[in-house]
Design a protein around this ligand. Structure first.
Ligand SMILES: NC(=O)c1ccc[n+]([C@@H]2O[C@H](COP(=O)([O-])OP(=O)(O)OC[C@H]3O[C@@H](n4cnc5c(N)ncnc54)[C@H](O)[C@@H]3O)[C@@H](O)[C@H]2O)c1
Length: 278
C-alpha cells in the first residue's frame, strides 16, 4: 500500500511512546489520523501536537479491552473519515513476576489489553475495510517477546505469543479471501517509552501487590527501554513496512540471527536461549 496521502490511519495507545510516534509518522505523510487511548490527558496532548502540525484528527478515549468501546470508535471513524485504511492495534501494557506466583488478575489485565485489544481492533475495523474494498493495512504491535520467551514475564510473553498467532491467522485469512489488505506484525526490541510504568493505567479494581520478582523485572525493563531506540525510529520502520507490505517488522539486526538460533535449539530439543533485549 504505497499511496497513503489523504487516507485514514487509526492508532490505539497513541497517548505515549510508539503509538504517539505512529500517529505523527502517518500524519506526516498526509494521512488523517484517528487516535485512541485509555489515558485521556495523554491522548489530548497527542491530539494537540498533531493539530499544531495541521493534521486532521479524531481523538477518542477508548479502553481497547472493552469490545463495545472499540466498535463505537470504529463507527465514529467510519462516519467522520469514511472508514480506516491503516489500523495500528498498538496499545499494550506490561506485567511480570514468577509464573507460579502472580495473581490471575495480572494475566487477565495484560491479556485484556495486549491480546483482546488487538482482537477487538480486528473485529471492529476489518469487516468494513473488506466491504469497502480499498487497499488497506493492519499493523499489530507485538514485541520481540512474541518470538522469544523471557523468564519473569509470563503475563506479557503469553499475551504477545497469542497476539502473534492471531496476527498470522489474520494475514493468512485476508490473503485467501483475496482482500487487498496487508498485515504487519511489529516485533520491536527496546524502545524508549513509558511501558515500564504501565501500572499508571491499570484499573484500580484489578490491582495486585508487587512481588520482589515483579519489581525486579519492572526495573530491568525500565533500564533497558531507557536505553532503547527513539519511538520515531520504530514508527518510520512501520510506515516503510506498510508501503512495502512486509509481514514481520523487527527493529534490530540481532533478532534475525537469534531467530535462527532459536529454531536450531528447539529442533535439538533444548530450551531456547534468550537474546539480549536491545
Ligand atoms: N517500549 C518497548 O521497548 C516495546 C518493545 C516491544 C513492544 N512494545 C509494545 O509497544 C506497544 C506500545 O507501548 P509503548 O512501549 O509505546 O508504551 P507506552 O506505555 O509509552 O504506551 C502505551 C500506550 O497504551 C495506552 N494504553 C494502556 N492500556 C490501554 C487500554 N486498555 N486501552 C487503550 N490504551 C491503553 C497507554 O495509556 C499508553 O499511552 C505495546 O503493545 C508494547 O507492548 C514496546
Amino acid at each position: 500500500m504505497d499511496q497513503l496521502n489523504g487516507k485514514c490511519a487509526v492508532v490505539t495507545g497513541a497517548g505515549s511512546g510508539i503509538g504517539q510516534a505512529l500517529a505523527h509518522a502517518f500524519a506526516a505523510v498526509g494521512m488523517r489520523v484517528a487516535i485512541a487511548d485509555v489515558q485521556a490527558d495523554a491522548l489530548h496532548d497527542t491530539e494537540a501536537q498533531l493539530r499544531s502540525t495541521g493534521a486532521t484528527v479524531i481523538a477518542v478515549t477508548v479502553d481497547v479491552s472493552n469490545a463495545n468501546a472499540v466498535h463505537e470508535f470504529a463507527a465514529r471513524v467510519e462516519r467522520e473519515f469514511d472508514g480506516a485504511d491503516v489500523v495500528c492495534n498498538n496499545a499494550g501494557v506490561f506485567a511480570g513476576g514468577l509464573t507460579w506466583d502472580r495473581p490471575v488478575a495480572d494475566f487477565e489485565w495484560v491479556m485484556g489489553v495486549n491480546f483482546y485489544g488487538i482482537l477487538h481492533g480486528i473485529q471492529a475495523f476489518v469487516p468494513g475495510m473488506i466491504e469497502r474494498g480499498r487497499p488497506g493495512h493492519i499493523v499489530n504491535t507485538i514485541s520481540a517477546a512474541g518470538l522469544f520467551a523471557s523468564a519473569y514475564s509470563a503475563p506479557y510473553t503469553a499475551s504477545k505469543f497469542a497476539a502473534l498467532g492471531l496476527t498470522e491467522c489474520l494475514a493468512g485469512e485476508l490473503a485467501s479471501a483475496g482482500a487487498p489488505i496487508g498485515v504487519t506484525a511489529l516485533c520491536p526490541g527496546a524502545v524508549k517509552t513509558g511501558i515500564a510504568s504501565s501500572d499508571r493505567n491499570r484499573p484500580a479494581a484489578t490491582a495486585t501487590e508487587m512481588s520482589p520478582e515483579s519489581e525486579f523485572v519492572d526495573r530491568m525493563l525500565d533500564e533497558n527501554t531507557d536505553r532503547g531506540m527513539p519511538p520515531a525510529q520504530a514508527a518510520a520502520m512501520v510506515v516503510d513496512a506498510v508501503r512495502s507490505n512486509r509481514y514481520l517488522q523487527l527493529t534490530g539486526d540481532g533478532y534475525a540471527t537469534a531467530l535462527r538460533v532459536r529454531v536450531d535449539e528447539l529442533l535439538a530439543g533444548d530450551l531456547p536461549s534468550l537474546p539480549p533485549f536491545d
